[in-house]
Design a protein around this ligand. Sequence first.
Ligand code: 0L1
Ligand code: MG
Length: 262
Amino acid sequence: MKLDQTTIEKLAEHLENCELNAQDTPKITDDHPDMDWEDAYRIQNEIKRRKLARGNRIIGLKAGLTSWAKMKQMGVTTPIYGFLSDTFALADGAQCKISELIHPKVEPEIVFVTKAVLKGPGCHIADVLAATDFVMAGIEVIDSRYRDFKFDLKSVVADNCSSSRFVLGSVARSLDGLDLRTLGVVMEKNGQIVSLGAGAAVLGHPAIAIAMLANHLGQYGEEIPAGSMILSGGITEAISVASGDAIHLRMQGLGSTSLRFI
Ligand code: 0L1
Ligand code: MG
C-alpha cells in the first residue's frame, strides 16, 4: 500500500468521472509510478463505493484477461477482477450508445450464476462446478478510460478493468451434459464472423476463472455470494466497434445474444 486515502479517493473520482463523461485520460501510474496492486484494487473499491452511495446496485462480478488470446493481446499472464453495476446492463438486442463511450470493444463471455457461496483460498474447479446454478451467453463491452489504450495492468485494475456495458442471452443452462471446454463460440459483426473460439480458451476451463476470482477475494476476507452473476472473461480477443455496427453472438447450447451500436 503506497498511496494515502486522499489520493485513492481523488483517483477514483477522476476515473469514475472519465467513465461517466466518456472522457479519456493518461494512465494514472504516470503520476503515481509507485502505486501497487493493493492501491489499484483500493481505487476500484472506492469507485464501487461512490456508485453505491449514488444508489447504483452492484449486480455482478467479472474476471478479465483470462484467455490466452486476451493475455497475448495485452501482453500479460495473470487475470484481473472487477465489478458490474446495474448501470452497465443492457437488454438483449438493445441499442448501445457510442456517444456514452470512448473507444468500445466487445468480447464473447460465458456467464456463470451461482447457487452457493464460493470462498478462497483453496477454491478449485470442482467447488465452482458444484456451486454453479446455470450458465448463459454474454457479450461484454469494455471501454478503457485510458487514452489510446496506453495503460499498464495496475491502471486497468483501478479503472474497474475497463468495465462499461454487458448483455446476456435468454437461455440459462445447467451444467448437466454441457462441456464448457468444447462449447463453440461464434461472434459476428455486421454479418461477418469476427471471432471464433471454444470455452477452453479461458484458462483451459472457464470455471477456473471463477475459482481464481474466489481465491483473489479470499485474500481480502471476501467471498462470492450465492446468486452471483459472473463474467468469466473474453474467449477471444476484443473487437472494436463503431456506430452502426451490429454484434451477434452464438454460443453452442446457450443460444444467442446481440447488441446494436448507435
Ligand atoms: O474484461 C476484460 O478482459 C478486461 C480488459 C482490460 C483491458 C482492456 O481494456 O482491454
Ligand atoms: Mg471481459
